[in-house]
Design a protein. Structure first.
Length: 125
């Protein structure tokens, strides 16, 4: 299966925008899905995280037509690093008993996004 960077960037932009909007508008939904008590502090951090997700969405949307370059490679590597760190943290928090198995949904999504980005970037080289 072949993916163009443009297609992957568009899907990522949409997905990251949706995640950001959920964090912004309904942080309790994300937290409860992971078995984390919703507190004003946790909701505050979730809403602030929304800005990062929307920012990543904008970067991928505006870079969707970028040709292979050092800048595009840096964007991909940064996103892969962020996703793999989030996935690892999710697994560690699950093992520590701080979250429920609901965390595995974003973990699988983060690993999948990383693999698709790496596959797409490698294909373009």
């Amino acid at each position: 299966m072949r993916f163009s960077f443009r297609a992957v960037a568009m899907v990522l932009a949409l997905l990251l925008l949706l995640i950001g909007l959920v964090w912004l508008l309904a942080p309790d939904a994300m937290l409860s899905g992971w078995g984390v008590a919703s507190t004003p502090s946790a909701a505050l951090l979730g809403r602030r995280s929304a800005a990062l997700y929307v920012g990543f969405a904008a970067m991928f949307y505006f870079a969707r037509d970028a040709e292979p370059s050092a800048a595009r490679s840096a964007l991909v590597k940064g996103m892969v690093l962020a996703c793999l760190m989030l996935a690892a943290l999710g697994v560690l928090e699950l093992r520590a008993g701080n979250v429920t198995v609901g965390i595995l949904v974003p973990v699988v999504l983060e690993v999948t996004m990383s693999l698709v980005l790496l596959f797409t970037a490698r294909r373009a080289d």
